[in-house]
Design a protein around this ligand. Structure first.
Ligand code: ATP
Ligand code: MG
Length: 496
């Protein structure tokens, strides 16, 4: 099988996931931008609606005031003046005072400014501001328009346009004024066939509607702040969710790739295992013959230390080493199914230690054991395989401590889980140089070795034995130095 074909598939899956998430992310950003834009539009629309409603309210009020002034001036001033003086003539100070009294009584509590009455030739005949009567120059174009209209004419005078007022917290007085111009007439009952309704003059007055404009501006500011906060919160939430989704996808992709690479590894090994099994079959027997023949010749050699003997010894050693390598490789490539016996870990440990004791002694390595108790550390498994695992770990530790040292072996039980299962932890800590830091992630790769005569299969075999027992292998360097190999195995529930 081509080992490169699967990683490409894995990358393809990751790429597809990344691409589809990219689309989701783009859509999310577009949705966020739309929500944001829409929020601004909604706030502008609401603010403008409020502004227009307030202006309409002011129009209604000004209309009522104009009509009221019209009727009161007619009833309380024009009629009595006609009766007393025969005709209305505001140049007469007494008449002027009479009109002023009527007007002041109506507008006294209202915010009305610049109230004027124009004659039909646009001369000011009355004003609440002294000095204006008689002026002919100040009539606005609205006076002309009002003279031809049945309805009041409204003009808004702003010192600051509404859209700029939006950026102010408070507005000065008279920022926005409403000017109303209205043609005052006698009631229609005074009209006759040959004479139309008499015109009393053109009324004009202004009101400061800045407080209303301010309310509209504040409302619009509030709506904008609330909608922006709302969409901002939504954006933050969306970003947070996207980050989490990205993280989850990254984790899943990494996991997928890990599983795929494990799958390739085991496929590769299964393939290699088949090949090696047949090669091993072919190689093992001749190797056995070579080593036993070399042994035989060495045993029957009369002289020692001759050149021939040295060659025979080398043949014997190399044949043995090759036999071990082939055996290790076979064990790793075609792991045996473990037996399911009840095994005491301490017993297996004793056996491995006693076998390796001569080597440990020769290297001046002391062994300390801790954590053992009377109840024992029982696991279900294969004692030969477990022996093999412990042997590899201890012999690695021995080989690492070239100038002597100390090997500490600790047995621990992890508290039982909900199903009453305990885990048994067996730690080996040596006082050697520790695992090579730059290669710590390669320790479980088959054939990774830093030793001249190593196969690099020891730790992969330990790992495979642990996995087949439902356990695991952890390798790390202790903070105080030295390598730690930790074997974790599922314990047996008592009273098994
Ligand atoms: N206790 C240890 N201290 C330091 N390094 C270690 C230790 N145990 C293993 N290693 C490192 O891990 C590598 C791989 O170990 P592994 O047991 O798989 O193979 P090996 O010991 O090199 O060969 P073999 O087991 O066939 O003799 C070693 O070559 C060594 O570099
Ligand atoms: Mg080893």
């Amino acid at each position: 099988m081509d080992p490169t074909s699967r990683p490409t598939a894995a990358n393809g899956t990751a790429l597809a996931a990344g691409r589809s998430f990219g689309v989701v992310r783009r859509l999310a950003f577009i949705a966020m931008a739309l929500t944001f834009g829409l929020s601004v539009l909604v706030s502008i629309y609401l603010g403008n609606t409020v502004h227009e409603t307030l202006i309409r309210k002011n129009h209604n009020f000004a209309s009522l005031l104009a009509v009221n002034l019209n009727s009161q001036i007619f009833r309380r001033f024009a009629l009595p003046t006609r009766l007393i003086f025969g005709r209305v003539l505001l140049s007469n100070p007494e008449q002027y005072r009479g009109l002023d009294q009527v007007i002041q009584s109506i507008i006294q509590d209202l915010q009305v400014e610049n109230l004027r009455i124009y004659a039909e030739d646009h001369t000011i005949v009355y004003s609440i501001n002294a000095g204006e009567p008689g002026d002919t120059s100040t009539a606005s174009p609205s006076v002309d328009r009002a003279a031809k209209s049945m309805w009041p004419i409204f003009d808004i005078e702003e010192t600051l346009p509404y859209h700029l007022a939006f950026f102010k917290v408070s507005l000065p007085k008279n920022t926005c004024r409403l000017r109303t111009t209205y043609l005052m007439r006698a009631p229609s009952s005074y009209a006759s066939d040959d004479e139309p309704v008499p015109v009393m003059g053109i009324l004009e007055f202004s009101q400061d509607i800045t407080p209303d404009m301010e309310s509209a501006v504040h409302f619009q500011q509030l709506t904008l702040v609330v909608t922006l906060l709302g969409s901002g919160t939504l954006m933050v939430l969306l970003l947070f969710l996207m980050r989490r989704a990205e993280h989850a996808i990254a984790l899943r992709t990494a996991e997928e790739q890990r599983l795929l690479s494990e799958l390739h590894q085991s496929e590769k090994l299964a393939g290699m295992g088949r090949v090696v099994a047949s090669i091993a079959h072919e190689i093992r027997n001749p190797l056995g013959i070579i080593s036993s023949s070399a042994q035989f010749l060495l045993d029957h050699s009369k002289e020692e230390n001759t050149g021939t003997n040295k060659i025979l010894q080398a043949i014997y050693d190399e044949a043995k080493r090759l036999t071990r390598t082939v055996g290790d490789f076979l064990d790793y490539a075609r792991p045996k199914l473990p037996k399911q016996d009840v095994v005491r870990v301490e017993t297996v440990l004793d056996q491995a230690l006693s076998f390796l004791m001569p080597e440990l002694n020769a290297r001046a390595i002391s062994v300390a054991r801790a954590g053992e108790d009377k109840t024992g550390f029982k696991v279900r498994g294969d004692k030969d395989l477990l022996y093999r695992a412990l042997y590899n770990i201890i012999s690695n530790a021995a080989q690492a401590m070239v100038r002597g040292g100390r090997l500490t072996i600790t047995l621990e039980k992890l508290a039982a889980d909900a199903q009453g299962r305990q885990a048994i932890i067996l730690s080996f800590q040596d006082s050697g140089p520790g695992f090579p830091k730059e290669n710590i992630d390669k320790l479980l790769d088959p054939f990774f070795t830093t030793k001249d005569d190593g196969t690099g299969l020891g730790l992969p075999i330990v790992n495979s034995i642990m996995t087949s027992h439902g356990g695991s292998l952890e390798l790390f360097n202790a903070s105080e130095g030295g390598a730690v190999a930790r074997l974790i195995l599922p314990g047996i529930r008592d009273p098994e």
